[in-house]
Ligand binder design. Structure first.
Ligand SMILES: CC(C)(COP(=O)(O)OP(=O)(O)OC[C@H]1O[C@@H](n2cnc3c(N)ncnc32)[C@H](O)[C@@H]1OP(=O)(O)O)[C@@H](O)C(=O)NCCC(=O)NCCS
Length: 195
């Protein structure tokens, strides 16, 4: 069984230990203030084993004075090939939609050559974008888009029929199925109580 849980501010050391032990060139280090805010707001998600070992992660991070610009990232999955990135990102989008609707579309960014992540971001329902508003670039301290990266936004009107409905399905089904493999999943998150 894999448990999907929220990681609170008191557990940030576990987050850092997980990422230090499973470094990836594709996962950038997050600003500590941004990370703590995400933890306080219940926007850090982890996959855990029965005894609490972290096996995956994802977070929703805020930019701008009012936190209007959001990015879902810090995605790391150890048990690959089970569709867990899509589940983590869907939970993050659905949680935003249910608890803290962002005024601007949610962003996801990955490296051009990260085909697995690109595939999964699209499967989650994000759509490619080739430009970002000046306000968002400023909020993210970017002079321009990085040509080595690809950028996606989540169309908010698709959150309910897309991510929310997918997370609801996984909650009642109790497992993820991919390529004939069945992975039992339990969603121990506030969002699941509302579905
Ligand atoms: C990226 C990552 C999160 C994906 O994990 P996952 O949820 O297990 O992803 P999956 O293996 O289920 O799905 C990846 C899909 O991309 C496909 N894929 C991967 N590499 C591919 C390639 N070079 N060409 C075509 N398809 C490719 C896989 O076949 C799979 O598709 P399928 O479901 O049809 O088989 C995981 O590999 C990881 O932690 N990588 C390092 C960190 C990282 O890249 N994080 C994302 C930062 S944006």
């Amino acid at each position: 069984m894999i448990y999907l849980r929220v990681l609170g501010p008191g557990k940030l050391a576990e987050w850092h230990a997980f990422h230090a032990a499973h470094k990836s060139q594709f996962v950038k280090e997050r600003d500590p203030v941004q990370l703590e805010k995400a933890a306080r707001d219940s926007k850090l998600f982890v996959l855990q084993t029965e005894n609490g070992d972290i096996r995956g992660s994802c977070g929703c991070f805020e930019y701008g004075e009012e936190g209007d610009f959001r990015e879902i990232g810090a995605v790391r999955v150890l048990d690959e090939g089970c569709g867990l990135q899509v589940l983590l990102m869907s939970v993050a989008v659905a949680s935003e939609w249910m608890f803290d609707i962002p005024p601007e579309p949610i962003l996801a960014v990955t490296a051009q050559d990260n085909i697995a992540s690109r595939t999964n971001i699209l499967r989650t329902g994000f759509e490619p974008v080739t430009s970002l508003s000046n306000a968002r670039l400023i909020a993210m301290s970017l002079a321009s888009l990085n040509p080595d990266k690809v950028y996606f936004q989540f169309p908010l009107d698709k959150a309910e029929p897309g991510c929310v409905s997918f997370v609801r399905q996984i909650k009642y089904q109790g497992f993820i199925e991919k390529h004939g493999r069945i992975i039992p999943v339990q969603l121990d998150i506030p969002l699941a109580q509302l579905l």
